[in-house]
Every structure is written in C-alpha cells, then in structure tokens.
Design a protein around this ligand. Structure first.
Ligand code: GAP
Length: 443
C-alpha cells in the first residue's frame, strides 16, 4: 500500500464513519481543532480508560487528579512557560506566510512555490513565538485579567503537591496521574490530529528521591512501562522506538528526555509520548514563586528535601491517530481496523439474519438487549442491508465480533459468532455469550 495515500484513507474513513470531524465545519472549520464523533469518542474514551487502569487502578503508588484548565497566571511564570515555551517563527517577506524556522521541508516547499513563479524569497530573522493561548476572565470591561489556557496539564499536579501530601501522606516514590485538555497556539498545526491547537494529554508525574542514579533508574523503568503499554494494546513493536533528546533540544525544565516515536506515514518516526526527567525544577520554582514550602519530609532519614520528578506525557489524540493507522488493513475490497478489542469503539454487533422476519428480529433484539444490559461495553444493533454488507461495515470500524441470529437460533437457542480478523464463524449457545465476550474482550 502506498504510504502517502494511507493518511488520506485514514482521514476519509475517520470522517465517513464518525470518528473525527473538522471542528465547526459548517463555518469552514478552524485550523488545528477537531471534533470526535460517536465512534471517535468511544475509541478515545477506551484509550483513556486503559491508561487509567494501568497507571492508577492497578497500582498502589499512583493517585489520580483532575485539575482545572485556568490557573493563576503566576503558575506560568514559575513554570518557565511565559519565558521559554516558544517556537522559532520566520515570515516570508513576499507573501507574509509564517513558518516554524525548524520545519525545513515546509520552508523548501514554500521557496519552490515562489521560484516556480520566478520570484525570489526573502525571510525575516527567526523570532520566538510563545505558544500559550491567552484569554481574559472577569466581568468588568477593561479590568478583565489575562489568563492562559494551560499549555500542559502538568502544572495542575505540581501546584497540588502540598494538598496531596496533606491528604494522603504518601511515601516516596509516588505518582499523580491526570488526563485532560491542553492548548497551544501551534504555528503549523497539521497532519490531521497529530499537531492540534486543542488536544488531550495523559500524564504521570512521579516523585522520587533526589538521587541522580536512582532517578535515572526510574526514568528507564517508566520508559519501558509506557512502551509496553502501547504494545499490550496492539501497536506493532517495529513501529515504535525511543529517541533521546540532544542537549540543545531539551525543554527548559528537562534534565534528560526521551520520546517514544511512531513510524508515521507522514515523514517517518514522529514523537508520540515524552518521558522526561524534570529534576526538581517544578517544585523548586513553585516554592520560590508562591512562597509555600513544597518540600517533602522523609521520616526514615529525618531529612527534608525537594523530590525529583519523572514524567510520562502522552498525547491522547496522537494515540487515537496512531492506533487507527497501525490497525488499518486492506484485504482486496475489505477494509479492516484490527483494533485491540479493549479499545475498539464497538465490541459486539448483533444482527437478525433477515430484517423482515419479525420473529427473528424480536429474538435477536432480546439477545441484543440482554448483552447490552449485562456487558460493560458498547454493543451495537444493525439490521440494514445484507449480512455480508453488515460484516464489512463492522470490519471497517474495528468491531471484533458480530453475532447473527438465524432460524436455527429459534430452535436451538444458539447463534453464529463471526471473528473480525479471521472471518471464521462459530456456533455458540446464547447463555454462554456473556462469559465468552467478557473473556475475549479483556484478554
Ligand atoms: N508535560 C510535558 C509536555 O507537555 P510535550 O512533549 O510538550 O511535553 C507531551 O507534550 C505530549 O503531548 C506529546 O508527546 C504529544 O503526544 C502531545 N502533544 C504535544 N503537543 C501536541 C499538539 N500540538 N497536538 C497534539 N498532541 C500534542
């Protein structure tokens, strides 16, 4: 399959089947902003649920939080974002289009565009462009105060460090996980939801002893945990790799940083999730700027200190995109999304063999309603077109199992289950369906 067209196919499938739509499309859309449709929201919620299960519910040392998007603007001074959260921007003097100075391919493309018209391109000097999105709060015009939509969800955790210590008294090492929206005024949003201006992050801030060797061991530990999590949800190992940040590309807060990268159809390996050693940057700066003591008292050693932080920071929207790309499969005219059953939007589709035989429809509806009531995941009903078309239609959105109710079902109290990936069919007693699907979906 040709790589470039894969992206076009994914974008068209996402729109056609209700995964992702351009935001406010009837008004012409808004660059870098997307809406999740009925299928997309299920996929996204499933990814977030699996993240929460693996990072919070299955661990004793990680707690959850849900901090707000607006914060006291001093937070962004302390975190260094007002000063350093920027990308280099250059402007074409000919047509005033702006580009990220480090996006060489787009710059060359733009120069060639002008050259073809016999025009020479002159660029402005690179200027730093701050990515924080500004807003204003308050009711009185002129006195409204400037606030920022959070540029990363991270700071909501660190400003609550003292609250976590006071309420749970956790012992080091421990972590705080969060999922939520972040906003960046990206200079060049693009590649579908890969680089958006409004997106979601899933993060862990893991507080450890301020010990260089031990903290680097935790960095290694979390790198592997996170890579294995993606693989456990079906991403192909060969499409993932680690990349270490060079000294000159480290973010202002990072002592050491690694990216998990995905082999994308738009220019090869691209950042998927960041695993960062943030040192004591955040807690130290918030202590300094707020005047609150954000140190930790270790009762074992009777010492007080500021912990180091190891962070894992993944993009939910990038996960949606890369899971879609990775699972896309064509078999002649059949398109299959081979999504892991845990994240597939619909887990089971139920059909009556014929939609015009009331007896069959009633019996199938009863099975459908029972499954819906007793299984803890999304089941869907379909009685449009013929069976073959229904199978194809479910394959294309990644539904792992289809249940067909036929005339034998009425006599024998059993149904046909058809597997998405193998297209094999088995017969199953109706009273075994619940346990069968529970086992299959959760394995
Ligand atoms: N708290 C650290 C932090 O925010 P980052 O590397 O700037 O680090 C973490 O972002 C992750 O958030 C990225 O690896 C990516 O998955 C996601 N992300 C960042 N900017 C994004 C954007 N403009 N659109 C979609 N996802 C983005």
């Amino acid at each position: 399959m040709e790589q470039k067209s894969l992206m076009e196919k994914i974008i068209s499938l996402a729109k056609r089947r209700g995964f992702i739509f351009p935001s406010s499309e009837i008004y012409g859309g808004l660059a870098g902003v997307w809406d999740y449709g009925p299928l997309g929201v299920e996929l996204k919620n499933n990814i977030k649920r699996e993240f929460w299960k693996s990072m919070v519910l299955s661990r004793d040392d990680v707690f959850g939080i849900d901090a707000s998007i607006f914060m006291n603007p001093r937070v962004w001074e302390a975190s260094g974002h007002l000063e350093s959260f920027s990308d280099p921007l250059i402007e074409c003097r000919k047509c005033n289009q702006r580009f990220r100075a480090d996006h060489q391919d787009l710059i060359l493309e733009h120069e060639n565009w002008h050259k073809k018209r016999g025009e020479e391109v002159l660029w402005t000097e690179p200027k730093n462009f701050n990515l924080l999105v500004e807003s204003y709060l308050g009711t009185v015009e002129g006195e409204k105060s400037k606030v920022y939509l959070r540029g990363e969800i991270t700071q909501g955790v660190h400003v609550n460090f003292k609250n976590i210590l006071n309420t749970l008294s956790p012992s080091l090492p421990f972590g705080v996980a969060q999922i939520g929206k972040a906003f960046r005024n990206e200079i060049a949003p693009g590649n579908f939801v890969f680089r958006s201006r409004e997106f979601e992050q899933m993060e862990l801030q893991y507080y450890v002893y301020p010990d260089d060797k031990q903290s680097m061991e935790y960095l290694e530990y979390w790198k592997n945990e996170r890579l294995n999590w993606y693989i456990s949800l079906g991403l192909k190992k060969e499409n993932l790799r680690f990349r270490m940040h060079q000294k000159d590309e480290l973010a202002h807060y990072a002592k050491s940083a690694w990216d998990i990268e995905y082999n994308s159809p738009f220019g090869g390996f691209k950042e998927f999730e960041g695993i960062h050693h943030r040192g004591d940057w955040d807690l130290r700066r918030h202590s300094e700027y707020s005047g609150e003591d954000l140190s930790y008292f270790d009762s074992k050693t009777n010492k007080r200190f500021i912990p180091y932080i190891i962070e894992t920071s993944g993009g939910v929207d990038r996960a949606v995109l890369f899971f879609l790309i990775d699972s896309y499969f064509e078999d002649k005219d059949r398109v299959i999304l081979k999504l892991h059953p845990k994240i597939a939007p619909y887990k089971v589709a139920v059909f009556p063999l014929l939609a015009n035989k009331q007896e069959l429809v009633d019996f199938a509806k009863k099975i459908y309603n029972d499954l819906k009531l007793n299984l803890n995941f999304k089941i869907v009903w379909d009685d449009r077109g013929n069976i073959g078309k229904r199978y194809y239609s479910q394959d294309e959105i990644g539904t792992p199992y289809c249940v067909t109710v036929d005339f034998d079902s009425l006599k024998n109290k059993d149904v046909t289950i058809r597997d998405r990936d193998t297209a094999k069919q088995i017969r199953m007693p109706i009273d075994k369906l619940k346990s069968y699907f529970e086992e299959k979906i959760n394995q």
